[in-house]
Design a protein around this ligand. Structure first.
Ligand code: THJ
Length: 176
C-alpha cells in the first residue's frame, strides 16, 4: 500500500512569503472593525444632531422612547435610572458611541473600546430591543455579538496600538 502526503491543499499565491489565505486570515476582522467604527460614529452623531431626540419628552425624544419600552425591558430598573435624567443619559450614550467608534477606527485602546461598544449594545439590548420577537429581529444583540471578537483580538493591524507596540519593541531592542 502506498501512502502519499499533501502538506499544502491550496494554491500558494505568495505575497512576500505569505499565501493569500494567510493574508485573508490576518485581516479577517478588519471589515467588522471598519463597519462597527463607522456605524457607532454615525449613531453617536445622529443622536447628537437630532434636536427632537435629546429631549426629556415629546415625539421622537429619548424620554418618550424609554417610557415606551419600560414595560417590556428585561431590567426596568435600568430605564427608571436613566429616566432620572433622560437627556443626560442620551448624551452619555451618544458620546460613548462616538468615542467607541473613533477609537475602534483608529485602533486606539482597541480592546477597551470594543468592551465599551459591547456594554453599550448590552444595555440597549436589555432595554430598547429586549421585546423584539423573535429575538433575532433586535439589532442590539447582533451588535453585542459583533463586538466580542474585537474584545478578544483587539486591533493588531493598521492601528495606533500596533504602532505603539512596535515603537516600544524598537526602543527595547535598541537598549540592549
Ligand atoms: O482590524 S485588524 O487589526 O484585525 S486588521
Amino acid at each position: 500500500m502506498t501512502h502519499s502526503f499533501r502538506t499544502d491543499t491550496h494554491t500558494p499565491y505568495y505575497d512576500g512569503g505569505r499565501s493569500w489565505r494567510d493574508t485573508a486570515t490576518r485581516y479577517a476582522l478588519l471589515p467588522l472593525r471598519l463597519f462597527l467604527g463607522v456605524t457607532f460614529i454615525y449613531a453617536g452623531l445622529d443622536k447628537l444632531t437630532d434636536s427632537a431626540f435629546m429631549k426629556a419628552s415629546g415625539p421622537g425624544s429619548i424620554g418618550d422612547q424609554m417610557r415606551n419600552v419600560r414595560g417590556s425591558a428585561a431590567i426596568p430598573d435600568m430605564i427608571d435610572m436613566a429616566l432620572k435624567s433622560p437627556v443626560g443619559f442620551g448624551y452619555a450614550i451618544a458620546l460613548g458611541e462616538l468615542a467607541v467608534g473613533i477609537a475602534t477606527l483608529l485602533g486606539l485602546l482597541a480592546r477597551l473600546a470594543a468592551l465599551g461598544g459591547a456594554l453599550i449594545s448590552l444595555s440597549l439590548w436589555l432595554t430598547m430591543s429586549w421585546a423584539s420577537d423573535p429575538y433575532y429581529y433586535g439589532n442590539d444583540l447582533a451588535y453585542l455579538m459583533a463586538w466580542i471578537p474585537l474584545v478578544l483580538a483587539g486591533a493588531p493591524n493598521f492601528s495606533l496600538d500596533a504602532a505603539w507596540r512596535s515603537r516600544r519593541r524598537g526602543r527595547a531592542a535598541a537598549a540592549y
